[in-house]
Design a protein around this ligand. Sequence first.
Ligand SMILES: Nc1ncnc2c1ncn2[C@@H]1O[C@H](COP(=O)(O)OP(=O)(O)O)[C@@H](O)[C@H]1O
Ligand SMILES: [Mg+2]
Length: 508
Amino acid sequence: MARVTFEEISAADFFYRNRDIAGFTNPSRAIFAAIRELVENSLDAAESLKIPPDIYVRLSYEGAVGTGTQVYRLRVEDNGIGVPPRHIPSAFGQILFGSKYKLKQQRGTFGLGGKMAILYGQITTHKPACVISSTGMSKIYKYKLMIDIQRNRPLILDRKIMINKTRWRGTIVEFSLEGDYFRAMPKILEYFKQTAMVNPYANLTFVDPKGRLYKFTRVTTEMPDPPKETLPHPYGVDVELLQRLINATPYRNMLEFLRYHFHRVGDKTAQKFLEFSNIRPSKNPKRLSHEEIVRLMHMLKKFKEFLPPDASCLSPLGENLLRAGIVKELKPEFVAVHQRRPATYAGHPFIVEVAIAYGGEIPKKEGFVIYRFANRIPLLYDEASDVSVRVINSMNWRRYKVAPDMPIAILVHICSTKVPYKTVGKEFIADRPEVRREIANGLREVARRLRRFLTRREHVYREKKRLGIFSKYLPKIAQFSTQLAGKEKAPDVKKLLRSVRRFGTEET
Ligand SMILES: Nc1ncnc2c1ncn2[C@@H]1O[C@H](COP(=O)(O)OP(=O)(O)O)[C@@H](O)[C@H]1O
Ligand SMILES: [Mg+2]
């Protein structure tokens, strides 16, 4: 009989074996994903301090490996919050370690992205990563490190401490990785452009391996308010979460337990709920049996009177910033933006923002140009599977006077504490009915405004044509009739022309 052997692998080992699921599928995707993950960390780091981000990305060529694949050195610098020195090794050398396992809107979620890039660099080049960071205090820390993949621990190869004379604050991450920049280039440039669109307060600089400089300059220093951390909403809890809260709680009765550990539960609501579910308010949560915990979870979901989560844990862009970003990157003739009111799915709050733009520098293509964003991250792959695209395709655009060959861009931004991504690589959003409804309602609103614009434009166009005909023939008619009447001086047609000009023409 064959022997079966059992073993355990670490989280780092798991992602080493399954890097596809984090977006590191091939040399082209890998280089895109690495840039994206580091830029997102930098944006999060600056935004958490409400400082307009200054991010510098440099990708330089180090040598060739095989056909299409090269070794590159990637360097990303930011002016963000910096990493406290004692956390640097784990933040960059231990998979599933991070500061973002909180209930508030952030780009990072899993404690994975930046490290996945470093891990990919390590397994393709076997070179250490270099991290330099300061929180703006008197010292700057420089670490050279690798990941011990089997144990999922950082390996510190070198550490230097430098005096921070200028009180610099920020982080620099640099490492080598294999990739195919020339295949990834269109996506990478598109990524920067779209990132600039939804982060109009950021300066982004990218220097590519050929030394070409791409600069996206901020048009405003106004920034959305950073999100606040929130408590779990009763509709979103499960047994595991309840058990953890019970283990950790200092409260000795159910009334306080509910009041202080859940979002939107005050004294009155807690009392009503306990009555509804037949639980004694004085009961000690630590004394709940397994069955009682399971029942508590079901009752929490059944009770209809909890208020929906409020949106202070979210940080949408807002209509003004969204408009500024679109105008800056697309220079359209017309743009309509709309922010929906906060909504929820499975206890998670979310907000949808949409926009439609017409003309200007919108790239011409068959069908719409669709820009999808989640928590201010552009989503560039798997468009066809995304909920926004499905909603857009299911709408009857002829109702809005939209023809297939028009230069139209549609933008959908979803922000949430938990974006319903389908994959760890964060490429597209699942089709949740609540999310779909919000997107559809938002799009109808901006589409109506587009229709008004297109109607007016059509009207103006027809009017111009009509006036064109008048101004062509009226002088001739005037001349002939003067001759016929045997008069010398033809009447002034300008006056006549002015009188046939209708309201509407003047609007252009
Ligand atoms: N540029 C940076 N500035 C400040 N902190 C950073 C930066 N990059 C990474 N970090 C810290 O390292 C942690 C891990 O990053 P990462 O592996 O990308 O996971 P995630 O972003 O999902 O938390 C982050 O949670 C953050 O605390
Ligand atoms: Mg990250």
